[in-house]
Design a protein around this ligand. Sequence first.
Ligand code: SPV
Ligand code: MG
Length: 431
Amino acid sequence: MKTVYTCFCTDIIHDGHLNIIKQARKYGRVIVGALSDAALIRYNKFPTLSFEERKKLYETLDGVEQVVIQDSVMYDDVMEKLHPDYVVHGDNWKEGPESAIRDNVLKCIETYGGELIEVKYTYSPVVKKIDSQLKEKLAMPEYRRKRLRQLLQIRPIVKAIEVHSGITGLIAEKTVIEHYGELDQFDAMWISSLCDSTVKGKPDIELVDMTSRFRTIDDVTEVTTKPIIFDGDTGGMTEHFVYTVRTLERMGVSAIIIEDKTGLKKNSLFGTEVTQTQDSIENFSAKISAGKMAQLTDDFMIIARIESLILERGMEDAFKRAYAFVKAGADGIMIHSRKEDPGEILEFCDIFRRDNRDTPLVVVPSSFNTITEEELAEHGVNLVIYANQLTRSAFPAMQKTAEDILRYHRAKEVDDRLMPIKQIITLIDEL
Ligand code: SPV
Ligand code: MG
């Protein structure tokens, strides 16, 4: 009897999947691949059922003889093991980054003479509704909030990109590329105080109030599902910070990062060019502990950001603070630097990791931008934040357009570098 292989990456079975099995059965005994959690999240999906639950769900389906784990979105390993006579897949993967998976399947089956069968994808209103319900579920606070902790368990390094609006949120949510035969995307979003202030035309000095910052989060959460890390600046007064923690938690934010500065906060990338005051270890530890006491779920994370290297107080001071803040309850440590050379960051991470293997380490490589995510992961970094690149890419593009329209007294000369009108009016999906 011939074997037919198909891979599922869903928590809910709908008519589309049943149709795939029905078609597959015509060719032989059906083996379903269940994508592992780690593979699933590479695929712009996030599990709401455990792997075991998904496996059981697929096993109950009529016509499925066996369910096996597929550890990667690419089929090489599973094809090598099973050598199925046929691979069955919906025909909705010919365009976009998913076409890399299709190419991979074609390459695999060619090596032993298998065949790819593409079944017309079912786009019924019910299937569409189930797909969007699954997405909506991921956007709910209780799912979104815990997702950062889950990602830190699954991913070798979690990567977050700065967002400050619905549109930048959509970029973080939907940008997927194919890279060296793998799909890649951002795992999380960073609501930067610098960028949230800059887009409002304000300096980054804790001037944009919390209500406004929450409004930005709301704009982002309305159109996305990925977890949010909030730049909480100094956290403000401890008496206020506890309320901020509660609000963020309720909104489904996964983490707040607060920096150990006090008084008028200036952006860290100014370093010692401006006056900035570091908080005492005692005060800042008390703030962390108060925040931890205030939070209601186990999902939410309070990450302590150490400014000792920024303020040139030395490595010893940074360590003293790191150990004290972890003791005070911090769920992670962010170490910051404005040097172009990542040396001091790596030194901190290496030494910190010698006797602390678990506390997540966070870095923001805006200045030390030559280092790769892989190198950072080798030094024990768990979360990398690209803190301002979307804003910094948009601003010069917009400014150049404005200058050129002034220069030519018309918009024709700038049009070639703009998104076509057809594309902008259809960019945002309607319900
Ligand atoms: C931000 O993005 O607002 C940050 C990171 O706090 S940095 O600008 O590098 O200080
Ligand atoms: Mg900031």
